[in-house]
Design a binder for this molecule. Structure first.
Ligand SMILES: [Zn+2]
Length: 659
């Protein structure tokens, strides 16, 4: 131990220069016989059945190599098998009942209003003179300590790159962390893209689109000026954003545009991306918020269509710190130039709203994956870490968006589209396999490698309107409507219901709550009756059959005790376990009512897993060592701590899995 520390001290003294071959070799040998390092690569939502198939065909040679050295098996996900829930279990080595993250959304018991389920961002507050009285801050609702924080206390040096839903960054004494999924845009949202065009119809402009905004371009002599609303000004009330003008000067014959923002001009041509545009939103005379974005030119000719990414945190002057140490995000900008900082790194919203083409989406995806690979490999170079975790989420996003081309039974399947894109997901998996290969080249003999995904994937062919089903079965009542067979409301966010006559309601991707007396403000079901009601609804749902196909809609229905921990007011009373092909509709997820109980899914968001039965939605786990059977996502951190000889905290629920 002592020897190792003196070597580290020496490295520090030589300002981290490990380029000297002799030094690197000595270090390598010394470490090889000493403490192994652990590298964990996460590929969000990588589906085992596809991996199996590709392994069989020899399309994942590097993963095959890891398997040959050790193991490849299914990794049990969480109830429900969704990223925020599963990655929180990964971090805290706990079941959802104990870390308290159950879904993207939860509800306010005093108003029934949906609230973020994972975390929130509060914008800065100001003194009367415009100075900041409280800076912007983000909060994660997850309870429990991540295993890398436990390791950090033992002096184990971690490098943590883009672990989903581990934002804000943890405070570490010897580790480094760059946050990924969870980091919002400067407006405080997951994503706000800008779609700019001179040919939007008035209906298109009036429409509220999810994850973005449409802005009209009015050209005068081929020059248009448009105001971009960026940082919020909390003093003006909610929904008020400081605007900065953007000038767009187009050349319709050359198909190019010059975009000028705050005195700097960026060029973009059709089918291409601009450099990073830097923004400064002056919120008060004493405070301005910095952001970055990029523009893609879809069309510049008779008509013009441009896409601009979300206004993302500036890595050198972030709205809220998203790295540890705080200066790490800026250090990376010095090293690589400006880079994508938005947690929702692949703009599925823009693709869904036709603001970005499939091709542009995939190109942006590859570029982002590449950057993350470069960062990961560079961070592996120095002898300055004991554990490295890096996660790619493109595997999940490409599956969500391109499943329609791999499932001939999907309503949006087309042979033509399939010809071009059916391998989009396989290509992504192969790209990840290449990364595994590059990482393996940098491993030492006794280093431990895990490659994992947090859940699997399914086709999403049909949507189930949970609240509509609850209404038709007499559990939920629409305000002012007594006929359960026809009652309907187009109000979202649980706002159309008569709570004095409602016993159950649904919000989120797969949760049903009992309107319980003493818990919900308008609750009518006593806690004693609640369990009986839960059992009754569960039994009915388990019998639910799709009249068109005769298939069961649910492969299991879970209840509050299945979350593996404490039952708290946020715990869903019933958690749906959809069979392959089925999910809650987007309307249901937002606490609304759809017209039909079952409807075809005509959204490009065509693959899902969010409320799939956990039993049929495992992730993958590869390791370069043999493993015990039946491993769960909560076991990995416990295994890492065990390898490092650290004490496992009492409240960790996982087990070590090395055979
Ligand atoms: Zn997903």
């Amino acid at each position: 131990m002592k020897k190792r520390f003196s070597r580290r001290d020496f490295l520090r003294l030589s300002s981290g220069i490990v380029a000297s071959g002799a030094l690197a070799t000595t270090t390598r040998r010394a470490r090889a016989s000493g403490k192994p390092r652990i590298v964990i690569l996460g590929f969000d939502g990588m589906e085992p059945s596809i991996v199996d198939h590709m392994l069989e065909k020899g399309e994942l040679p590097h993963l095959q190599g890891v398997r040959a050295q050790g193991a490849y098996q299914r990794l049990r996900s969480t109830l429900p098998p969704q990223s925020p829930v599963a990655w929180s279990s990964f971090a805290t080595c706990k079941e959802p009942g104990n870390h308290g993250i159950f879904d993207f959304l939860r509800r306010d018991l005093r108003s029934y209003m949906p609230m973020p389920g994972v975390g929130t961002t509060q914008h800065p507050q100001f003194n009367p003179d415009g100075t900041v009285s409280r800076p912007a801050q983000s909060r994660n609702f997850r309870q429990g300590e991540p295993f890398w924080v436990v390791a950090d206390r033992r002096g184990i040096r971690s490098k943590l790159i883009h672990i989903p839903f581990s934002y804000p960054a943890d405070s570490l004494s010897v580790g480094k962390m760059l946050c990924g999924e969870g980091v919002p845009d400067i407006r405080g949202f997951t994503n706000t893209f800008f779609s700019l065009s001179d040919s939007f119809t008035s209906e298109q402009l009036a429409e509220n689109i999810s994850g973005g905004v449409r802005l009209p371009l009015r050209f005068d002599n081929d020059v248009a000026l448009v105001d971009i609303a960026g940082a919020p000004d909390s003093r003006q009330g909610p929904g008020y954003y400081v605007k900065v003008p953007m000038e767009i000067r187009i050349d319709r014959t050359a198909h190019t545009a010059k975009i000028t923002v705050q005195g700097k001009t960026f060029e973009v041509k059709v089918g291409g991306w601009s450099d990073w545009i830097e923004w400064e939103f002056t919120v008060t005379p004493k405070f301005s918020a910095k952001a970055i974005s990029r523009v893609y030119a879809e069309q510049i000719g008779d008509s013009v269509q441009l896409y601009m990414s979300s206004l993302q945190f500036h890595p050198k002057n972030p709205y809220v710190t998203f790295s540890e140490p705080a200066g790490y995000s800026a250090e990376l900008a010095d090293r690589y130039g400006l880079y994508k900082t938005l947690g929702w790194a692949y703009d599925t919203h823009a693709l869904r709203q036709n603001a970005l083409t499939e091709g542009a989406f995939l190109e942006d995806t590859r570029r982002t994956e590449d950057w993350l690979e470069r960062l990961t490999l560079d961070e592996m170079e120095g002898d300055d870490f004991d554990m490295l975790i890096a996660v790619w989420t493109s595997t999940d996003r490409v599956a969500h968006m391109f499943w329609r081309y791999r499932d001939p039974k999907h309503p949006l399947y087309s042979a033509e589209g399939a010809k071009e894109y059916w391998r989009a997901l396989e290509d992504t998996y192969q790209r990840m396999d290449t990364i595994v290969g590059h990482v393996k080249e940098r491993l030492r003999d006794d280093d431990l490698l895990f490659v994992m995904s947090d859940h699997g994937f399914h086709s999403f062919r049909k949507g189930f309107n949970v609240n509509t089903w609850l209404i038709r079965n007499g559990y939920l009542t629409v305000k002012g409507q007594s006929d359960a067979a026809s009652a309907f409301t187009d109000k979202e966010f649980l706002q159309g219901f008569d709570w004095s006559k409602s016993r159950a309601y649904s919000l989120g991707l797969g949760s049903i709550y009992i309107n319980q007396k003493g818990r919900e403000i308008g609750g009518i079901v006593s806690p004693d009756e609640a369990d009986k009601l839960i059992a009754e609804i569960r039994a009915k749902l388990l019998e639910m059959v799709d009249p068109e196909t005769g298939d069961k809609v649910f492969s299991n229905i879970y209840t509050k005790k299945d979350f593996g921990g404490r039952v708290v007011p946020d715990t869903p009373d019933i958690e749906l376990g959809y069979a392959d092909g089925y999910q809650s509709t987007k309307v249901a997820a937002k606490g609304g009512v759809g017209e039909h109980i079952l409807e075809p899914n005509t959204d490009k968001w065509s693959g899902e897993h969010g409320a799939s039965d956990v039993a049929i939605s495992p992730g993958i786990l590869f390791a370069n060592r043999p493993l015990v059977p039946n491993v769960s996502i909560r076991d990995i951190g416990v295994t890492a701590l065990t390898v490092f000889g650290a004490e496992i905290p009492q409240d960790f629920q996982g087990k070590p899995i090395l055979a």
